[in-house]
Each structure stands twice: as structure tokens, then as C-alpha cells.
Ligand binder design. Structure first.
Ligand SMILES: Nc1nc2c(ncn2[C@@H]2O[C@H](COP(=O)(O)OP(=O)(O)O)[C@@H](O)[C@H]2O)c(=O)[nH]1
Ligand SMILES: [Mg+2]
Length: 226
């Protein structure tokens, strides 16, 4: 079997499992958000800042992916919500089967939101549907304004871009407007929030987006299919 044919087979098997996951998320009213970025752009930190402001009885869980360590799960478990590490052992993305397997002993009916922190990479995660309701791409101000042009697929597929680490703007040559323009060239109308997890400025825009997304998701479900 040629490499291309094999890759197509793997992807279509992934799509089949992802479609089943999406159906299960919908049946159980779980909003699933897939966070994607380069390594170190601030995915785990954004989740820490999010979990710390949620009420203790919020029905939220996190699956966090990494090639090697359990460090991110340890950081996120401190907030008392269910968290599981998915260690891929070398694979540069999460796939739908990994999500399915790690959800086995959680009851979806007990959840309102499932966050997935993907493996740090702007290329491979964009090809693997995880059954999420939305992909969110995080771009930090230390990475350069041209990332959306260099990795268009993930910026096109993500509903929201979080421009992170904005507290560092005085120290790095990064043009926010240009980065946003590049993102919207690839994905016209893309939603964008500017956030610093250090000063917490902009976090409310992210939380507002999340809240709006959850409401829209529930509403969409309530509407009968024509
Ligand atoms: N200055 C600053 N540093 C940040 C911010 N968010 C994350 N970091 C730092 O960036 C590094 C990588 O963050 P992390 O959340 O682990 O990135 P991940 O690999 O995408 O999960 C850590 O040292 C964080 O403390 C921010 O808003 N401002
Ligand atoms: Mg992380």
C-alpha cells in the first residue's frame, strides 16, 4: 500500500471515530473545545486561568496531550476538576481513538465542557478531527505575525484565535494588527481575542467567547433539523 493511500485510510478511520464522538458529545450536551498551538504558546496556562475562575461545581474536564510527560496534567489537576494526560509516545498530534479511549471511564452526562489540549504543533493536529465543536488556535506574541500565512490550515479551521502573552508586547517586535490581518486573510471573519495570562487582561473576552459558544451549541441542538 502506498504511503498516500495508507494516510488516507488512517484519516478516514479517524473521521469515523470522530463523527461518533461528536454524536455522543451532542447527545450529552457536552461542548468540546480543541486547543491547538506551537509548543509553549500558553495552552496549559490559559486552561489554568480558566479553571481557576470556574465555580467549584462547574461540570468541566480536561484531556491534555503531550509527547512525553505528565507535567500538564499535574498543573491542571490542582483545580479539582477531572483531568487526564494523554501521552502519545512520539506522535505529534492527538487522534480520535486516543480521545475515545481516555473518555472510557468518564460519564459524558456529568460534563458541560470538555477541553482538549492538543500536542504542541501547528501542522499535524489540523488534520485530525477529534469530534470537537470548535478548534481554537493560540498564537503568542513571541512567534511572529506571519504564522497564519505559514500554517494556513489550522488558522482556517479554527473558529477563534487567542493572541496570547500580550504583556510581552513592550519587549518584542510584534505587530498585533498585522497578525490579526494575516489571520483574517486566511480565515475571513475569524474571531480573535487578545489575552495575557500573566496580567489576566483579556481573559474575560476568552471566557465570554466560551460562554457564547456553549449557548450557541445548546441552541443549535434545540432547533429541529429541517
Ligand atoms: N509572559 C507571559 N508568559 C506566559 C503567558 N502564558 C504562558 N506563559 C508562559 O509560557 C510558557 C509556556 O506556557 P504553557 O502554558 O506551558 O504552554 P503550552 O506548551 O502551550 O501548554 C510558561 O513558562 C508560561 O508561564 C502569558 O500570558 N504571559
Ligand atoms: Mg501544555
Amino acid at each position: 500500500m502506498s504511503r498516500v493511500v495508507l494516510q488516507q485510510k488512517v484519516l478516514s478511520e479517524n473521521d469515523r471515530i470522530a463523527a461518533h464522538l461528536r454524536e455522543r458529545f451532542q447527545q450529552n450536551n457536552v461542548l468540546c473545545v480543541n486547543l491547538i498551538s506551537s509548543p509553549g504558546s500558553g495552552k496549559t496556562t490559559l486552561l489554568e486561568r480558566t479553571l481557576e475562575v470556574l465555580p467549584h461545581d462547574a461540570r468541566v474536564a480536561v484531556l491534555t496531550g503531550d509527547i512525553q510527560t505528565e507535567n500538564d496534567a499535574a498543573r491542571l489537576k490542582r483545580f479539582g476538576f477531572p483531568v487526564k494526560q494523554i501521552t502519545t509516545g512520539g506522535t505529534c498530534h492527538l487522534d480520535a481513538r486516543m480521545i475515545e479511549r481516555h473518555l472510557e471511564d468518564w460519564k459524558l452526562e456529568d460534563l458541560d465542557i470538555l477541553f482538549i489540549e492538543n500536542v504542541g504543533n501547528l501542522v499535524c493536529p489540523s488534520s485530525y478531527d477529534l469530534g470537537e465543536a470548535a478548534k481554537v488556535v493560540i498564537l503568542s506574541v513571541t512567534e511572529g505575525e506571519d504564522k497564519p500565512l505559514r500554517y494556513p490550515s489550522i488558522f482556517f479551521k479554527s473558529e477563534l484565535m487567542v493572541l496570547s502573552k500580550t504583556d510581552l508586547l513592550p519587549y518584542v517586535p510584534f505587530n498585533l494588527e498585522e497578525a490579526e490581518e494575516n489571520a483574517r486573510r486566511v480565515h475571513p471573519g475569524m474571531e480573535i481575542v487578545r489575552v495575557s495570562c500573566q496580567t489576566r487582561i483579556g481573559l474575560s473576552s476568552w471566557l465570554k467567547w466560551l460562554d457564547g459558544k456553549r449557548n450557541a451549541y445548546l441552541q443549535l441542538k434545540a432547533e429541529p433539523v429541517a
